[in-house]
Design a protein around this ligand. Sequence first.
Ligand code: KG4
Ligand code: ZN
Length: 329
Amino acid sequence: MVILGIETSCDETGIAIYDKITGLIFEYTYSQEIHRVYGGTVPELASKDHIKKILKILLFTLKVKRILFKDICFISYTIGPGLKTSLFVGIFTAKILSYALKIPAIGINHLKAHIFIAFLFNNSVKFPVLILFVSGAHSFLLDMDRFNNINILNRTLDDSIGETFDKIARSLKLTPANGRSIENMINRKFLFNNLHYPSPIFLFDFSFSGIKSAVIRDISKTKLNKNSVSNISYNFHNMVIKSLCFRCVKLFSFKKYKTFFLSGGVSANKILRLSLKNYCYLFNINFCTQPIQYCTDNGVMIAFFGFVCLNLNIFDDSLILTVKPNLII
Ligand code: KG4
Ligand code: ZN
């Protein structure tokens, strides 16, 4: 069974082909560059770029693996959350193909797709699972006591963690303005933990606006050069990673979790991955995540979660054209 996954929720056009027997066959993710000059994603430009690229990427993907349209049995696409106009490009592409090829096309939850990709790369996941979900638009701590039964433990009261990374990167004039650029700035010698930023943990939920304002205020008073940018990045980064780990460790002692999932775009952060992996080791918890290239948005997670939904028989393949920009878990 060949499944086509289509991801267009923000500024990545992702196409993947997944097969029930052989697993992932091929994937291609195109990250839009046009937004760089604006320091953030411009929705109108994002959807136009998806329209320009999506068919080219789809045809390229099929050609590389010599797959014919008639080989595809099933399509899954992101229905939400995300940018409305970008989501529409995915749904239109999926529904037109579905109609022409007479195969089902289902809209799936992007956040769940980020989480479930961990099952693709980790066998024999034992429950209960604690999930730290940290992406560009969301931050959650979640509890999964059995397959697909997810409860929200904590969320962010304001900005998401990824957004905070992006805004600080923009204030520091880093390009691209994202978390990876901040992480790259701290790989230097002679950095000191000398700036004291507030912790993003606010009672039980996360709150990233305090640390964001403190760092941005600091930036506005600082002459930016390589040293000062590295130092601010380092201090901000330390505080965020430390507090995320602290919150996870608290939950490790609270309940006997067997597995830990690190999901969402920010899980590409190597220091966060390593720190949490070490804590999991101490608590005898199986640490699961996905390879770095599948942490941020991609078509593989959409194809794979489509396959999961198909197995669970939870899908709606009607021809109704609606997207769900504000969908949550
Ligand atoms: O999951 P994702 O691709 O988009 C959403 O679904 O929201 O996440 C993108 C986010 C961006 O905010 C980006 O800055 C962040 O993931 N990110 C990172 C790193 N790589 C990507 N944050 C910190 N460190 C990284 N290495
Ligand atoms: Zn995402």
